[in-house]
Design a protein around this ligand. Structure first.
Ligand code: ADP
Ligand code: MG
Length: 246
């Protein structure tokens, strides 16, 4: 599904050049669940943004489902992104002045679906993350974990084949983090969606099947996770402090 060949990314800031990626080779097959780890500044977000067609490499090739997308212009990249890829970010990135339903429908506006279809698909996606009663809520009326679930519903609404998550649990407490990872794991196992997840937490990476380590713009390790953890099982065993945090 993802085939990256010797990708380099250079950011130019006036006279300063930052070598964010220094030659990345990476192949991800359909149905995989991959963690990308590495310290701050190692190039994780840069790589994820290129995989997600939010940005282009300076040099190198990127094939997505066999199509070389590294040379596409911005409009074509946006079309690829909107059709095939769902994003989840650390800060949820919901629009505060829109209801949950309107937030979830945003990616469909771009695709040009009709009103009834948009409503049905928004409800289905929200149902999937267990928040069917929250269609009319606003993000600031919800906990962080709930907002992240809304963001996952939004990422799902166009039926992507690939979900990219950049530190999806970075703003959440440990129990809520496992809840969110559990939903992402279900997307992978039940819906067969390929997942690439950036995290700097070793514990969280253990819910993936494969671990890629970045250091200073290069891959230093790429190996299977020996005992992939099951988030639903861990959640069932996790002590519950309050109901409200869910
Ligand atoms: P990570 O997500 O692992 O923390 P990033 O991919 O965000 O790392 O950043 C890698 C390097 O590229 C860092 O040195 C960072 O400062 C630099 N960088 C990231 N985005 C930009 C940008 N838009 N402009 C200039 N430099 C950037
Ligand atoms: Mg980052």
């Amino acid at each position: 599904m993802i085939e990256i060949k010797n990708i380099k990314k250079v950011y130019t800031l006036g006279a300063l050049q930052v070598n964010a990626l220094r030659g990345i080779d990476l192949t991800v097959a359909e149905g995989e669940m991959v963690a990308i780890m590495g310290s701050s500044g190692s190039g994780k977000s840069t790589l994820l943004n290129i995989i997600g067609c939010l940005d282009r490499p300076t040099t190198g090739d990127y094939y997505l489902d066999g199509e070389n997308v590294s040379g596409l212009d911005k409009n074509r990249l946006a079309a690829v992104r909107n059709k095939r890829i769902g994003f989840v970010f650390q800060g949820f990135n919901l629009l505060g002045r829109m209801t949950v339903q309107a937030n979830i429908q945003l990616p469909m506006l771009y695709a040009g679906a009709n009103k009834n279809e948009m409503e049905a698909r928004a409800k289905e996606a929200l149902n999937w993350v267990g928040l069917s009663k929250y269609l009319g809520h606003y993000p600031n009326q919800m906990s962080g974990g709930q907002q992240q679930r809304v963001a996952i519903a939004r990422a799902l609404v166009n039926n992507p084949s690939l979900i990219l998550a950049d530190e999806p649990t970075g703003a959440l407490d440990s129990r809520t983090s496992i809840e969110i990872v559990s939903i992402i794991q279900q997307l992978n196992i039940e819906k067969g969606i390929t997942v690439v997840m950036v995290t700097h937490e070793k514990d969280i990476s253990q819910y993936c099947r494969r671990l890629v380590n970045l250091r200073d713009g290069r891959i230093t390790e790429d190996a299977p996770v020996l005992n992939q953890r099951n988030a639903a099982a861990d959640l069932a065993a996790f002590p519950k402090e309050t109901e409200a945090g869910a």
